[in-house]
Write a protein that binds this ligand. Structure first.
Ligand SMILES: [Zn+2]
Length: 178
């Protein structure tokens, strides 16, 4: 069921390591990414995360969801397909303490961050997290880095652009929120 990084795109050990660039401080704090467990300490995000999302109908045949798991900090990401949000959510709820980090990722649909009302106005709820960006596919804050090889992508897709550390989407391709 679980694909290793190698199984996905013929990637080597260490493929989860972002390539060193100015924003990437190898071995330093700068590379640390907030885990899902840490992000779920925020009650607004937690409520949003545990609410079934509105999914757009799709003609695609393959299951729409991935669950990504990372066993240890800095370790390899693995993923498995899930046919429904509910099944993926249940798996995460059950195993959130078992793994260092996880994500419930939609393959085809980008989701907006939680919306809150502030002084009568609607605004996106994005806790301040240095160097983190909302990935609408991962449905969480992630980091975007340069990869020589990315665990979620075949080799030909490595284009020297910043990509999501979990799902591999290009930074240039996602919607940005502030
Ligand atoms: Zn992502």
């Amino acid at each position: 069921m679980w694909e290793s990084a190698r199984g996905v795109g013929g990637l080597d050990e260490g493929s989860t390591e972002p390539r060193g660039r100015s924003d990437q401080n190898r071995g330093g704090q700068a590379r640390m990414m907030l885990t899902l467990r840490e992000q779920l300490q925020d009650p607004i995000y937690k409520k949003w995360f545990s609410t079934p999302p509105r999914e757009e109908p799709s003609a695609a045949k393959s299951p729409p969801w991935w669950v990504y798991v990372q066993k240890k900090p800095g370790g390899r990401w693995r993923r498995a397909e899930f046919t429904s949000w509910k099944a993926g959510y249940k798996y995460i709820a059950k195993n959130i303490k078992k793994y260092n980090d996880m994500a419930l990722v939609h393959k085809r649909q980008e989701f907006k961050p939680p919306v809150v009302r502030h002084m009568g106005k609607r605004k996106y709820h994005l806790p301040m997290a240095q160097g983190h960006v909302w990935c609408g596919y991962c449905r969480r804050l992630t980091r975007f880095s340069y990869f020589k090889k990315h665990h979620a992508l075949p080799k030909w897709a490595n284009s020297g652009e910043r990509r999501c550390n979990i799902c591999g989407i290009r930074l240039a391709a996602i919607k940005r929120y502030s």
